[in-house]
Design a protein around this ligand. Sequence first.
Ligand code: BDP
Length: 593
Amino acid sequence: MLRPQDSRTRERKNLDGLWEFALDGQGTGRSERWFDGPLTESRRMAVPASYNDIAADATVRDHVGSAWYQRSVWVPRDWAGRRIVLHFEAATHRATVWAGTAEVVSHDGGYTPFEVDITEHVAPGEQVRITVEVDNRLSFQTIPPGVVEETPHGLRQRYWHDFFNYSGLHRSVWLYATDPAHLTDITVVTALNGSDGSVTYRVETANAAGAQTQVVLRDATGVEVATGEGSEGTLTVPSVHRWAPGDGYLYDLELQLVRNGELVDSYHQSVGIRTVRVDGIRFLINEEPFYFTGFGKHEDIPVIGKGHNNAFLVHDFELLDWVGANSFRTSHYPYSEDVLDYADRQGLVLIDETAAVGLNMGLGGGIFGGQGYTTFSPETANDVTQSVHAQAIRELIARDKNHPSVVLWSIANEPESETEAAENYFRPLFDVAREADPTRPVGFVNVMLAPHGTCRVSQFADVLMLNRYYGWYVNTGDLAAAEAAWEAELTAWAGDGKPIIITEYGADTYPGLHSVVAGSPWTEEYQVDYLEMNHRVFDRIDAVVGEQVWNFADFATTSGIMRVGGNKKGVFTRDRQPKAAAFALRRRWRKAP
Ligand code: BDP
């Protein structure tokens, strides 16, 4: 699937704005056919945004089930004879869409795009009513998993991930038009050969009988550097300007579909020419060892929740640059494509993660409440879950395969990994990822409950990603004991001979809380001391090739006795003010290499 764009042959219409909105508290929207006409008793809702925090109302915030969005849109009159497509960048977590009264598409998974050809349901020059049912229920057969419990007080959603279950239309909605003969996909793979670069491309098309594909590669100033004919080929770029961390240089690959000398479709794909490879304990970008500095992030901002917002996108990247971060992980789901595009341009390095978080019933008794479930069983995470998870991996890679910023796939965060059931569940999923993308390393994020010697899934990973909280969840306040325990465990992992990225280490910190007494959890001083202890350990272990602090900023979670107005492990507050740790990281990360 190609992300909608304007080009010489394509036009988009953006459907963001205020939509009609109604919660389906009784779950009767379908049987009452709410899609047959204007929504009644609706309120207005901003798109893109999570709906939860927009209304100052617990019924909206804690809603479990379907919510309905609706708006009408004029279909441009000059789109007659064109193929007209409705495209959603995301609907969290499941959506069904109607154009007029016709059901046109459904999609599972809250963080990847979907689209449908609605040409036969619209008339150019007329309006069409779009109705979307967005269901936020999680089950053991969704990614991420959860359980809906029926209680005398209504439905309650339980889940095992540490961020709020924000829901709704989180990203842009588009209507766009192409010629019936059109480009449908592009895959680029880049390589380096001395000072030359190469771009191997494969273009896919539909209804394109009698048409030819041509490609033109231009540099960032618009100068043509290579051309190709046919749907596959390799372009050579002499004296290439490489994409590199901190240097987001992008070429533009224009795909053209030509019939009888006439241009019927044109699409522009940005291309960063770089290589990625694991070599022993090194992580190589352009054959040079790369050390990750940065964070695990969240898409999480006040009021808007997980809705994409360009002001926060740019501001967060400014702060990443200020603090000296060269990378982050899209914990714990695929982020907006605007984030990926911007990372490409800024030369930021990404670990790209699926939404498979919370597949671990052993985790967090204190945070999530007693589990009472077995992770992998016919009744819980089972074969269906595995195939949904495989689909999530495929959709992530299909969407993000051409982004030079993405250097590593993370297929899950902190799943159960110490059991035979986990080994059997994950083995084929690594194959799915490698089949979808043979060019990038694949890993998953290991949890503290599966330390070295017990984990049965890390054997499949190219890179070890570890989340560890020595000095926080264990050895709380005792950094001397934490340092010894952490170094012992990390030394054992280093023996596996793979690169290690510490994908989470962090301490909850209440901004403004201080103490002159060392070892005082929740203070700003403790967060600094905690990070410095970790850094001493990392600097003693050669195989550590990256450090990503948990978290970039404070973020919303479910309420509970372990969380004070959300998770406070941010180095920045939720409104992006620095804690003392931000300055400490800046001193470390901005040091000349
Ligand atoms: C890890 C999770 C992350 C949590 C973090 C924490 O990967 O999502 O927010 O711990 O407890 O287990 O702060």
